[in-house]
Design a protein around this ligand. Sequence first.
Ligand code: NAD
Length: 308
Amino acid sequence: MRPYESTSAALGDVLRLSQSMTYKCAIGGIPFGGGKAVVVADPARDKTKELLYAFGNAVESLGGRYITSFDMGTTMDDVRTMGEVTAHVGGIDAASGNASASTAQGLLACIKASIRYLLGAGKSLHGIRVAIQGVGNVGGRLARLLAAQGARLVLADVDQKLVSHMAEKLGADLVGTDEILSADVDVLSPCAMGGILNETSITRIRAPIIAGGANNQLAYSSVGNELKDRGLLYAPDYLANAGGIIDLHYQLNREPRENLPAHLHGLGDILRRVYERSAETGLATNVVADEFAEEVVRRGRIDSAYAS
Ligand code: NAD
């Protein structure tokens, strides 16, 4: 929910968002087509029960072909309100916990796969240095998982109180939000906002691996080529953060939940295939990931693109 300046801006955004959702579902191996909705409204001013009901009714009219959840400008409580008029809501199953835990687990699997790909199959996380930009739902959980496996952390967040507390608890180093990109580490993990990788910012990156949970990290697609030319290994964002949508699939009881950890772990195997294909073809990793996802969509089989 955002006060878009025009209908065409809202349409452009929803098409971009729905495309990446489609790719994320395809590469994450879940049988959802991918879809997204935007509501043109100011969440601070216009968000009323009537508006949420109107949106819920629109979702209900699609008869289950579209399932909604919360995102920018909406909360879990808003989705509960929508859920009073439609059955087709997800992400509000308190018993399953916060989907960010699965996002962090999937991201951890991708960081491990990246380290093994670059530094050797037997390499563990022990002593590996990771810089995390943003220690909220995803970045905070990732920091705890990494620290538990012996990684050394460098953290930055605009929320000084939150990040200081976490650094103290985990024995991590703190740097300013301007310095995190150029931290001298093995892995840079952007877990705050999108668009942070552009032609200028990437010249400051010293980490050989970039693997984070933030959506839309590349300011534009060709930054993927520039990263490759600079010899940096980039884990495509919608693959690295697919754990959240995979969790939703399990929350909707489409598969037994005990299969979830293996599914999240498998994201690392898919990423390795992306890296291998990128090395074989010379294509940027984000382009390879898009091709895998498009192949899945074309064939209509989730296991087809990366089965061999
Ligand atoms: P969050 O709001 O809980 O955490 C983001 C953190 O980044 C906050 O602590 C915030 O203070 C910090 N931050 C904001 N600007 C910053 C800056 N300039 N420098 C450093 N820190 C900054 O959000 P989240 O749920 O953790 O999501 C983080 C990113 O991951 C978003 O891009 C989101 O779209 C994406 N994502 C999240 C999930 C999920 O399961 N939560 C799933 C897929 C993708």
